[in-house]
Ligand binder design. Structure first.
Ligand SMILES: O=C(O)[C@@H](CO)OP(=O)(O)O
Length: 248
């Protein structure tokens, strides 16, 4: 049996301000720093040890990972960062307040932009200052790879590219892996692992800073999953509920 740990970064300053974040590189809030420390403590308390770590190129996820590894005295382990694990690109919504946007366009439209699998938010224009393709961290991207907006399926496609190329082989070879990423990149990965149908993913919200453990069989099919250290029942929508049949 293999085990992987998924962790959504701790609360960010734009989570507090209720802004669409996407690829905007905002840092953790004070509460987010605490959440990351607690995640590290709980992983250590339960005897977890990692020998490979994966994260995005956004500091809220990187810092969460570093705080966790610091708590576990594992800062030395190999760590890979990739834009393929970045949060879903939120297009022209990035930076806008979610409540104000709902007041302007309606709750239903904003829910579609946030949670449908196939609706993309309005695209960013390449002349927009929020289009940061020239940022050195994105220099390796090929023509057309830098997104102007993404739906969950777009995000899932790039996350799976990285999963199949980098993470799955490491897990298969026996490495103990932690993935520190983002709400929608983790929703996309969980959707794939648990084979959640498109109409079953809208209500899944992964909480910040709580380790989500997946136990996998040798073919990397999920056996069970749980939040580490969570007391009591999970609130609606906080745990993936669809486990794929073992015959997948
Ligand atoms: O703003 C974002 O980038 C994401 C994650 O915080 O928000 P949402 O809950 O709308 O997917």
């Amino acid at each position: 049996m293999k085990k992987i740990v998924l962790i959504r970064h701790g609360q960010s300053v734009w989570n507090v301000e209720n802004r669409f974040t996407g690829w905007t590189d905002v840092d953790l809030s004070t509460q987010g720093l605490d959440e990351a420390r607690e995640a590290g403590e709980i992983l250590k308390k339960h005897g977890y040890v990692f020998d490979a770590a994966y994260t995005s190129v956004l500091k809220r996820a990187i810092r969460t990972l570093w705080i966790i590894l610091h708590e576990m005295d594992l800062l030395w382990i190999p760590e890979q960062k990739s834009w393929l694990l970045n949060e879903r690109h939120y297009g022209a919504l990035q930076g806008l307040n979610k409540a104000e946007t709902a007041a302007k366009y309606g709750e239903e439209q904003v829910h579609l932009w946030r949670r449908s699998v196939d609706v993309r938010p309005p695209a960013l224009d390449v002349t927009d200052p929020r289009y940061v393709a020239a940022d050195p961290r994105y220099i390796g991207l090929k023509e057309g790879e830098f997104p102007l907006t993404e739906n969950l399926e777009d995000t899932e496609a790039r996350v799976l590219k990285y999963w199949n190329a980098e993470i799955a082989p490491a897990v298969s070879s026996g490495k103990q892996v932690i993935i520190a990423a983002h709400g929608n990149t983790l929703r996309a990965l969980v959707k794939y692992l648990d084979q959640i149908p498109p109409d079953g993913i809208a209500d899944l919200n992964i909480p910040t800073g709580i380790p989500l453990v997946y136990e996998l069989d040798d073919e990397l099919k999920p056996i069970r999953h749980y939040y580490l250290g969570w007391e009591g029942p999970y609130p609606n929508g906080q745990i993936p509920t669809h486990i794929a049949p073992a015959t997948r």
